[in-house]
Design a protein around this ligand. Sequence first.
Ligand code: FES
Length: 129
Amino acid sequence: MDAAVSTAAPVVYVCITCGYAGEADIELRPGAILAAATERAAAGTEVEVRRLRCLANCSRGPSAAMRANGSWTYVFGGLDATCADALIAGARLLARAADGILPWRGRPEKLKRGLIARVPPIGFQEIDP
Ligand code: FES
């Protein structure tokens, strides 16, 4: 399947090239470690994990993003491998949100602290701008 084709399943994108700001380059990037942990955490769930190179959040990495069909897109930073379960739980929560917004209540703590930005879905228009 074409990687750009949208899917109804929630997707977590993990940047595999992220390191920690100010730390020396190492062969096994913290982002790649996070990606592997997130893939393990997604096993047996409906969540799809996709690896990518750079979410333009390099100075605040390791980084990941998530979206579900028609939802807002959420970008997180300051992550590490211990955040893998939170990413999967968050993606599942987002997929169940009728308004496409990741609810604060029930959101894993690591996704509250690590939120960088949210981006509206295509076609979104504020009701009362
Ligand atoms: S290298 Fe990970 S966000 Fe840029």
